[in-house]
Design a protein around this ligand. Structure first.
Ligand SMILES: C[S@@+](CC[C@H](N)C(=O)[O-])C[C@H]1O[C@@H](n2cnc3c(N)ncnc32)[C@H](O)[C@@H]1O
Length: 216
């Protein structure tokens, strides 16, 4: 563990993570799900030392590189979790512990037979709602128009969430995938949702409020 000190250990019996050492009551807690090579995670953390950020990915070699880079940059407010996003949000994060989830360029799994592997699903929305503080937010970006529509439909059918203003990171914090897509002239779709303390009233589902932001 000496070479990998930022990795938060958890035992496989699945107790929730103890974040108390990092999160005073008023500190903003952010989770970057599928943090990849960590460009957003590290630059956002460096620019917001008052926030506490967890970067999660299932690829350990990516986390190892982020770990080394964070320590080289002197970043104190980042910790890493090597786990599937479903496991992290479904089991490992405590109830009402997160202010902001960032889900930037989740794998779109375009083939129909692979759709079940997509991150966003009704059980995942249960997990987001359990772990978000009231009024906590999920910011999502994707280059995949169909997946974007699916995400909008899922959230708009769920009265525990309301559309929120989309988040466009400044250039210094854009993720590696966003830079690749921008260089290819691809359109980026963004949407954000706030978790409501009380579900919205009414019987009909809300209209899907698309927030596509064309970066082309
Ligand atoms: C398309 S990349 C995007 C990376 C980064 N967010 C970016 O925008 O540059 C998706 C990342 O999510 C990770 N990932 C995919 N599915 C995951 C899951 N279920 N749990 C945790 N990480 C996942 C992959 O290993 C990869 O690093």
């Amino acid at each position: 563990m000496e070479q990998f000190p930022l990795l938060l250990p958890f035992d496989r019996t699945l107790h929730t993570l103890d974040l108390s050492a990092f999160t005073e009551p008023r500190r903003t807690v952010c989770v970057d799900l599928g943090c990849g090579k960590g460009r957003f995670l590290l630059n956002h953390a460096a620019r917001h030392p008052d926030e506490f950020l967890i970067g999660a990915d299932r690829l350990i070699h990516r986390l190892a590189k982020i770990d080394a880079k964070a320590r080289k940059m002197g970043i104190q407010n980042v910790r890493l979790v090597h786990a599937d996003a479903g496991l992290l949000v479904g089991c490992l994060l405590p109830d009402r512990s997160v202010d902001v989830f960032f889900v930037f360029f989740p794998d779109p799994w375009p083939k129909r037979r692979h759709h079940k592997r997509r991150l966003f699903s009704p059980p995942m929305l249960d997990a987001f709602h359990r772990t978000l503080k009231p009024c906590g937010t999920i910011h999502i970006a994707t280059d995949h128009a169909d997946y974007h529509k699916v995400i909008l439909t899922l959230f708009s059918a769920d009265r525990r969430f309301a559309p929120a203003p989309p988040c466009e990171p400044p250039d210094e914090e854009k993720t590696d995938f966003e830079l690749i897509f921008l260089a290819k002239g691809k359109r980026i779709y963004r949407c954000s949702f706030a978790s409501l303390a009380e579900p919205a009233s009414g019987n009909e589902s809300r209209p899907a409020t698309a927030n596509p932001v064309s970066m082309a």
